[in-house]
Design a protein around this ligand. Sequence first.
Ligand SMILES: *Cc1c(COP(=O)(O)O)cnc(C)c1O
Length: 366
Amino acid sequence: MPQPMKFFTIGPVQMRPQTLAVASRQVPYFRTNDFSYIMKETDRMLKELMGTIQASRSIWLTASGTAAMEATVMNVFTPEDKVLVISGGTFGERFVDLCRIHHIPHNVLKLAEGEALQEGHLAPYDGEAFTGMLVNVHETSTGQLYDIHMLSDFCKANKMVLVVDAISSFLCDEFCMDQYGIDVAIISSQKGLCLSPGLSVVMLNEQVVETRIQSRQVQSLYFNFKEYIQNMTRGQTPFTPAVGILLEANEMLAYLCAKGLATHLSEIRERGVYFRRLLQSLPVDIPSFPLSNALTPVFFRTAIAERIFQTLKNEMGMMVNPTGGSRGICGIRVAHVGDLILEDYKALAEGISQCLVRFAEQGAMI
Ligand SMILES: *Cc1c(COP(=O)(O)O)cnc(C)c1O
């Protein structure tokens, strides 16, 4: 691989040198007052940036985002529930799988490829006694950002608990948990937070803790939220946490709080806008549904995505995300999170342009 490699991936992302510096240090022992203090400080900053009051309860899990999704389904819902799952891609399907595995009655609102989620999609489920909704507010597999206000209004009108996987949207798009009426939000370290993978957080508002968590007997040792809530009152977790990533998080959240969330979000947005404008002069397409600031899905007009991906990676030192699904052979995804600047996007657009010229010269349809 050419060095240095630039990561335009959605996670792990291009990390800041300050994060790498933290990651290179000795990991401390954690059952100490010193570590409890750091944990509480980290927790306070996270709640501030997520737009939730300090009384909300956070479950700091040493696990990837999918484990946080699974733990959430197990702790928040029971077979007495009736859950509506928004499925617009592979992450929506993951919630469907989790409901099936954990015997949670559910209906699936499935979007067709390229289809935008609209109010009309929800109408058939209105007044149908649903008790909860599971949604990935940014469906990372397609790049679609759902209208959280529309979903929140629907849940309020139907008295449903709103569970949002914000893993690839938090710190990329506007996200105000309390203001949006979100009851449970899930985030993960390797996406918008730009940290090492392995740490996830489930944020629960007070009402959910009271009505759905405290009274439950969860059939799991590691994923029993009550234990985490109890331990967190003293700034600890029931089991050894990802101490090193927690220290990365502490440094990152302090940096973001000092920088200001609005400034950060506008930087991410600007990269996306800039890159999408550069693409206008190339023979590529971008989906018409609303996009998250986190990434830009780029579709070529023929099945050259794999070749583009390999050439960018092996010859130009630029790593992008491949795309899954039936259109995957034509598409890549370019993330706008991470320690990158506008010039990096200019170089990437030029790199893609060079690939297209070269492939055409070699006789490929582009
Ligand atoms: C990345 C991601 C996840 C979690 O994936 P892991 O590989 O388990 O970390 C979940 N939901 C969304 C929307 C994501 O983008």
